[in-house]
Design a protein around this ligand. Structure first.
Ligand code: SF4
Ligand code: SF4
Length: 667
């Protein structure tokens, strides 16, 4: 289509978007029958104006321009009949006010946009719709809804309506909806060119990441959200999960239907919320730190959306089919049981490897890293600030840069670098891998002896970045309020669950190690899980699936569930060694603890450790294998009394002692 024609269509689409926003503004603020009637009038006129040309451009029947005008006029009259009658009734009875019928306004708003997309797609391609799609109605629906003639005006409408209606309320939801309209704009199949798909996948996920960080930090700073908005957040997160699945499907085989359904679903949820003046910021308050159900639903939906966000970027960067082929999924075949086994293996491997993938980590690193940065900015203890910086750097370099970009194919040959979670994390017990794996235990063990297991559980592991940001850290409250969470965080290694899960993991690792060793050394034929080394499969299950299940059920299992449930063999090993090492918490003045009114340190630990004051008063120090040096106790102490003691202090003491001896010998 020549540029002038296209410019006219773009101007019309923008006018359409602005008009639709104004209608929504009117509908939301309609407090009289006349205003409500005006809403219907404009909607019906727009619908009438569009339906005639749409029937024409469908190209199914040989309609003339006159026919389309007649159809348009007829539809307009029909759609205005009911509002006119009820307006007349209401004007006669001034007790009554004609109310906005939500489903009608939502339907007509979306239908108008759909008709516009149909007409403009036909005009811009100079083809009748049935010439493009034939009788494939599903394809027509999905491509017209995902087209830029639908998506861009919708994104404009969403943003503009928010500005028109709720900007004055400056609520959390105002920014939420502005970011939402940007996410809508970056719909990957809106423009069918590979460059747009590339740009919009990365920018769309970036905006979603900013939106999630904004939600996390806003929830952290506000201890409640209104019921309407709490529901809205969950609904939009659900839609984002669906949308990401749709984008993955589109990247895999260009099928757009799931994206289109998610767009319609998002618009229905949005329009329902924005038209009702009292929905987002009125009504019952949901104190999310007191609602296990809401918080868990929130974490589950966030996780599902995030796995999809990471996957779409992995697919874009590595190539969809290349990335999926690299996962080693089993091909389906054989009897029913076999197929069930292949399905379970593929599901665990697919989700597990996506949760361990480069772009999932990259996205999580930015998202959770920002929350850790906020915690860093709120921290007063220098030691904590240094550790939080180390933690962010370790995630960026040790967990993402080195394994994904610097040593993507050889990292398993490097001690410590390649084995981030101990045995199984970089392969089976192949001859070339055994030494770097064993040396990793030695290096990590020595670090835990010198600095405590916090070197791992508060710096090198990826978990601390997820747990220690402002929002997630504040969920330590559930350690006290959740029934299971409080018993786990109190009992620690003594809890039945801890013992059962740690023993199960050790037994499976033991069996898998024997099998892996024997077949790598050709003592037996290869025994694998659909081609996957049993040790590596256990790693995928534990850190690609179980870790996230424990994380997203934090309101029930408590914060730092990876420590309190005992399944993390790597953490258990380092904490076991750390028990015999130098690390402990010490106080500058135990007497301060005697007189301390708050004993604030006692309730600050995200892992659930308690008993600090008693130990400080009795011994002047606190040593607990589950203490991984997060330092919230030190932050909580009003007298700045707590400090971390490790090899640095030990050497310092030795040197001071030596110096004193030298000085006293000189005298
Ligand atoms: S227990 Fe395991 S998963 Fe948790 S922080 Fe420590 S090493 Fe990481
Ligand atoms: S809050 Fe500080 S002073 Fe009080 S008991 Fe704890 S360490 Fe001691």
């Amino acid at each position: 289509m020549v540029a002038p024609g296209l410019i006219i269509l773009i101007i019309l689409a923008v006018v359409m978007g602005i008009t639709a926003s104004y209608i929504l503004y009117l509908a939301r603020n309609s407090d009289s029958s006349l205003k409500t009637f005006t809403v219907y009038l404009i909607l019906a006129m727009m619908n009438g104006m569009l339906i005639g040309p749409a029937v024409y451009f469908l190209g199914i029947l040989p309609f003339t321009i006159v026919d389309t005008v007649v159809i348009s006029a007829g539809v307009m009259v029909l759609e205005l009949a009911y509002p006119l009658i009820s307006l007349a009734n209401n004007l006669m009875d001034d007790q009554k006010t004609m109310k906005v019928n939500l489903p009608v306004v939502v339907f007509l708003t979306l239908f108008n946009e759909f008709l516009m997309s149909l007409i403009f797609n036909s005009i811009s391609t100079s083809q009748y719709v049935n010439q493009i799609y034939g009788t494939n109605v599903l394809k027509m629906f999905s491509e017209l809804v995902s087209s830029y003639w639908f998506v861009f005006p919708m994104s404009l409408e969403m943003g503009l309506t928010a500005i028109l209606t709720i900007r004055k309320e400056k609520g959390f939801f105002f920014v939420f909806i502005l970011l939402q309209s940007l996410v809508m704009f970056f719909t990957p199949d809106a423009i069918s060119t590979s460059i747009w798909t590339e740009i919009s996948v990365y920018l769309g996920v970036s905006v979603m990441t900013i939106l999630l960080v904004y939600v996390f930090e806003s929830l952290f700073r506000k201890d409640f959200v209104y019921q309407g908005f709490s529901r809205y957040i969950l609904e939009i997160l659900g839609v984002y999960g669906l949308m990401m699945a749709g984008v993955m499907l589109f990247q895999y085989n260009s099928v757009e239907i799931v994206i289109s359904i998610s767009i319609i679903a998002e618009m229905i949820i949005y329009l329902h919320a924005i038209i009702r003046p009292d929905y987002l910021n009125r009504g019952k308050k949901v104190y999310w730190l007191a609602s296990q159900k809401w918080s868990t639903a929130f974490l589950v939906l966030v996780y599902v959306a995030e796995v999809g966000m990471g996957a779409t970027m992995d697919f874009q960067f590595y190539g969809t089919h290349a990335f999926i082929n690299s996962m080693g999924l089993a091909s389906f075949g054989g009897n029913f049981l076999n197929i069930v086994g292949q399905f379970l293996f593929n599901s665990v491997t697919f989700v597990g490897l996506l949760s361990l993938s480069t772009f999932f980590y990259l996205m999580m690193g930015i998202e959770m890293g920002t929350l850790v940065l906020f915690k860093f900015l709120n921290s007063k203890e220098l030691e904590n600030r240094i550790r939080l910086v180390l933690l962010m750097v370790a995630f960026a370099v040790y967990s993402v840069l080195i394994p994904s970009f610097i040593l993507p194919t050889t990292v398993q040959h490097y001690t410590f670098l390649g084995w981030s979670m101990g045995i199984g994390s970089a392969g089976g017990l192949a001859p070339a891998l055994i030494l770097p794996m064993i040396l990793t235990y030695a290096v990590s063990g020595i670090l835990s002896l010198l600095f405590g297991a916090r070197q791992l559980c508060s710096v090198f592991c990826t978990a601390p970045l997820m747990y220690q940001g402002t929002f997630y850290n504040s969920m330590k409250k559930f350690n006290k309020t959740g029934k299971l969470a409080s018993s786990l965080s109190r009992a620690g290694e003594k809890s039945k669950l801890y013992r059962m899960s740690s023993l199960t993991v050790y037994a499976s690792l033991g069996a898998a190690s024997v099998i892996s060793f024997l077949y790598h050394y050709h003592y037996i034929k290869p025994i694998t899980v659909y081609g996957e080394d049993p040790l590596q499969f256990i790693y995928i299950i534990l850190f690609g699936i179980v870790w996230y299940l424990v994380f997203i059920t934090m309101p029930y299992l408590g914060n730092y569930g990876c420590i309190n449930t005992g399944y993390c063999h790597w953490g258990n090993f380092n904490r076991f060694v750390g028990k015999y090492g130098l690390f402990k918490l010490k106080v500058k003045d135990p007497n301060q603890c005697v007189t301390c009114e708050t004993k604030a340190c006692n309730n600050a630990c995200p892992v659930g450790n308690t008993g600090h004051p008693g130990n400080f008063i009795k011994d002047g120090f606190y040593k607990e294998s589950r203490c991984v040096g997060i330092g919230d106790c030190a932050e909580a102490c009003p007298y700045d009394n707590i400090f971390f003691y490790d090899v640095r202090n030990y050497i310092g003491e030795k040197l001071t002692l030596k110096e004193k001896k030298v000085n006293s010998n000189r005298k």
